[in-house]
Design a protein around this ligand. Structure first.
Ligand SMILES: O=C(O)CCC(=O)C(=O)O
Ligand SMILES: [Fe+2]
Length: 334
């Protein structure tokens, strides 16, 4: 059974089409959806959306082109390797980090030199889904802003620059008899993340010491809360620990497309007064510049031991109430 809540985003996308007589009904629908999202963000840090504005055909076309790209000979893929830039083609391959290869893109670095010429249309389709996901991201950001009861447009105005966002195509290699780690357990550092997965499965979310699978469902986008929202909300929302386990059956490659909705590196991140002063709660984190946090995380890019991983607990302030989070995060992070 799929335990990760699913919500219909259409009431938030079709605002303009509504006639006056529908206004109350629409408001009630939105309220109900926001309650589900609010609960999901506190409980799981994960939810799934449908009617989100991205056609299912575009999602499968992207996954299919991505699959064709990763099936190209290594020499072709390595042409898109732009190290030391954090974009382009790369691989993760250790029993700890997991076994996967990826192609990473951010408008900050442009498409040129990153997207391969083959397969034909890969770049165009990727650009199209990127801009679709940016639009859906703005809608989700507005919903989360309302769920958290923040001043109108607060999250958007705090970091409006979408060129900071990052999109990744990932291929996970089939499991072997002895190895099944696809991506080590971690939390995402950013605001929130979208994941589009194929039908192989393997993404899991940690809740109360139990790994919950996110069952593939055609047309759905998975949303997960990242560290930035966990810190701003002073742990009201959970930046959930998640991982990818390569299934033993079917023993096939798994593909996913991931969109990281980011904030600017120059942004200061700390628990907001709405979740501290105004509620008499102690801040659970000290403040930091986002770029300092991401730099710390990428310093140990060759992850081979859990001790190398730096997560958000790096900024956690001692507090009896945060003990469970500290234990949860100790071996995780990304
Ligand atoms: O591929 C997936 O399903 C999840 C990937 C992920 O968690 C990440 O890239 O941060
Ligand atoms: Fe992640």
């Amino acid at each position: 059974m799929d335990r990760i809540p699913k919500v219909d985003l259409s009431p938030f996308l079709n605002d303009i089409d509504q006639v006056d007589s529908d206004a109350d009904q629409l408001l009630a629908k939105k309220k109900q959806i926001k309650e589900v999202i609010n609960q999901a963000c506190s409980e799981f840090g994960f939810f799934q959306i449908f009617n989100h504005g991205i056609p299912t055909s575009l999602m499968s076309q992207t996954l299919s082109l991505s699959k064709t790209f990763f099936n190209c000979p290594d020499e072709e893929k390595l042409k898109c390797s732009l190290a030391p830039l954090p974009v382009g083609y790369n691989r993760q391959s250790s029993p700890f980090s997991g076994e996967n290869e990826y192609l990473l893109f951010s408008p900050r670095f442009g498409f040129d030199g990153i997207y391969p010429n083959t397969p034909a249309g890969f770049r165009e389709v990727s650009e199209e889904i990127f801009s679709g996901l940016t639009k859906t991201g703005l809608v989700v950001e507005r919903i989360l802003n309302e769920c958290l009861d923040l001043p109108p447009n607060f999250l958007h105005e705090n970091s409006p620059d979408r060129t900071q966002d990052v999109m990744m195509h990932r291929k996970y290699h089939p499991a072997t008899d002895t190895e099944s780690n696809g991506l080590y357990s971690h939390q995402d550092p950013n605001c929130f993340t979208f994941v589009i997965q194929d039908n192989i499965g393997g993404l899991e979310v940690l809740k109360d010491d139990t790994w919950i699978p996110v069952i593939p469902s055609d047309g759905y986008i998975i949303v997960n809360i990242g560290d930035v929202l966990q810190v701003l909300s002073n742990n009201k929302y959970k930046s959930a620990t998640h991982r990818v386990v390569r299934p033993k059956a079917p023993r096939e490659s798994r593909h996913s497309v991931i969109y990281f909705y980011n904030i600017g590196g120059d942004k200061w991140v700390e628990p907001l007064p709405q979740f501290t002063k105004e509620t008499d709660e102690k801040p659970k984190y000290k403040g930091f510049y986002y770029k300092d946090y991401t730099a710390l995380r990428t310093k140990n890019i060759k992850l081979s031991r859990s001790e190398d991983v730096i997560g958000i607990t790096h900024y956690a302030l001692p507090d009896l109430h945060s003990e469970t989070h500290l234990t949860r995060d100790k071996n995780c992070g990304k």
